[in-house]
Every structure is written in structure tokens, then in C-alpha cells.
Ligand binder design. Structure first.
Ligand code: HEC
Length: 102
């Protein structure tokens, strides 16, 4: 097997491995605490900020991906979104979409 093939196999397996190693059932909730100062506790916004609670998970994940990739104009979210890996974004959006909005 060439080095290239081994490398390709490793890269292909990485996201699966990362998702499989998230044994912490509270990961989504813990990560959502990082969003609370701006978006409200558990994503339930009380002020001028967009709420995140109860919104479709796929939509939240897409917005975060667009911020991260610079495809969506932002003042701060483009920086914040870069701080999370794919498994963490999955966990936090899954948690937020299951919360009750205000
Ligand atoms: C320092 C304040 C701050 C924090 C912390 C923060 N956000 Fe944001 N968020 C914003 C602002 C401001 C916007 C509007 C876009 C912009 O200007 O960056 C936004 C927009 C968003 C949007 C798009 C909402 C829409 O309807 O357009 C999503 C999704 C989002 N944030 C998710 C998150 C998640 C998930 C976290 C935690 C991991 C988080 N944000 C943490 C300030 C914050």
C-alpha cells in the first residue's frame, strides 16, 4: 500500500473516529453554555439576538458552516464558528434544536 493510500484512508476515517469518541452525553449542553451570553440560556433569546432554541438542527448546522467558511456575512460568528470541530457543531446544534424557544 502506498503512503498516499494510507493517508487517504486515515483522512476518510477521521470524522467518524471523532464522532465515535464523544462519550460525554452533556457535550451539546456544555457547548451551548458558550452561546448563552449572546443567544440566551439554552438558545432561548430574550432580546435582540436571534434565538437558536427549537430551530431545525440542519438549519443551525448550515448557518454555522456558512459562518465558518466565510460564506455568510457576520460581525463575530465567523470567528466563533471556527472554534468548533464538526462533532462539536453537531452536538451543540442537536441540543439547541431540542430546546424550547421563548
Ligand atoms: C459574543 C456573542 C455571541 C456568541 C457567544 C455566540 N453568538 Fe451566534 N451570533 C452572534 C451575532 C452577533 C450573530 C449575528 C451574526 C453576526 O453578526 O456575527 C449571531 C448569529 C448566529 C446564528 C445565525 C442566526 C440567524 O438566524 O441568522 C447562529 C446559528 C448562531 N449565531 C449560533 C451560535 C452558536 C451555536 C453559538 C455557541 C457555540 C453562538 N452563536 C455564540 C453573537 C454570538
Amino acid at each position: 500500500m502506498s503512503v498516499k493510500i494510507i493517508l487517504a484512508a486515515f483522512i476518510a476515517a477521521t470524522p467518524v473516529a471523532a464522532a465515535a469518541q464523544s462519550p460525554d452525553p452533556n457535550l451539546g449542553r456544555n457547548l451551548a453554555a458558550n452561546c448563552a451570553n449572546c443567544h440566551g440560556t439554552n438558545g432561548a433569546s430574550t432580546g435582540g439576538m436571534p434565538g437558536l432554541a427549537g430551530r431545525p438542527q440542519a438549519q443551525l448546522l448550515q448557518l454555522l458552516g456558512e459562518f465558518r467558511d466565510g460564506k455568510r456575512p457576520a460581525t463575530i460568528m465567523h470567528q466563533l464558528a471556527k472554534g468548533y470541530n464538526e462533532a462539536q457543531l453537531q452536538a451543540v446544534t442537536t441540543y439547541l434544536s431540542a430546546q424550547k424557544p421563548n
